[in-house]
Every structure is written in C-alpha cells, then in structure tokens.
Design a protein around this ligand. Structure first.
Ligand SMILES: [Zn+2]
Length: 78
C-alpha cells in the first residue's frame, strides 16, 4: 500500500467551489464556469472562494435598505 498521502502536497488538483470541476493547483480561474477561484484548501481539496468585496457591500447595503424600509413601513403605519 503506497503512502502517497505523506507527501508535502497530497493534492494535484483543486475543486472549483462553484461548479465542482477539477482544476490545476495554480489556476486562478475556472475554465468551466469562468469564476475566479482562490488557493487550495488543504483540508477539503476545494479551491477557496476569493473574497468578493463588491458582493459583500451590495449584501450589506441591501440588508440596510431592507431594515430601513421595515422601519419606515412600521413608522408610517402608526
Ligand atoms: Zn467552476
């Protein structure tokens, strides 16, 4: 039984977190779904999702807007 898992990098590929395709370790973009992928997560073998600040900001703003709208709607009713 070969003990290949004891080598430094047991992974020769990483998995796209968006579409599940296997990519080369050094790839930055998924050739299948064209999403940007991060570095390999050595625990799961998946590529990490790169931090997308724009979607964070949009998410935050939409929640803030929703909160403001709820406040405004209840404020108007009373
Ligand atoms: Zn993909």
């Amino acid at each position: 039984m070969p003990a290949q898992q004891d080598k430094v990098s047991p992974f020769t590929s990483k998995k796209c977190p968006y579409c599940g395709n296997y990519l080369a370790i050094d790839k930055r973009f998924c050739f299948s779904c064209n999403n940007k992928v991060g570095k390999l997560n050595k625990k799961t073998g998946m590529a990490k999702e790169p931090i997308n600040w724009i979607s964070y900001i949009i998410c935050f703003l939409s929640w803030a807007f929703l909160g403001f709208y709820m406040w405004w709607a209840f404020y108007k009713r009373t």
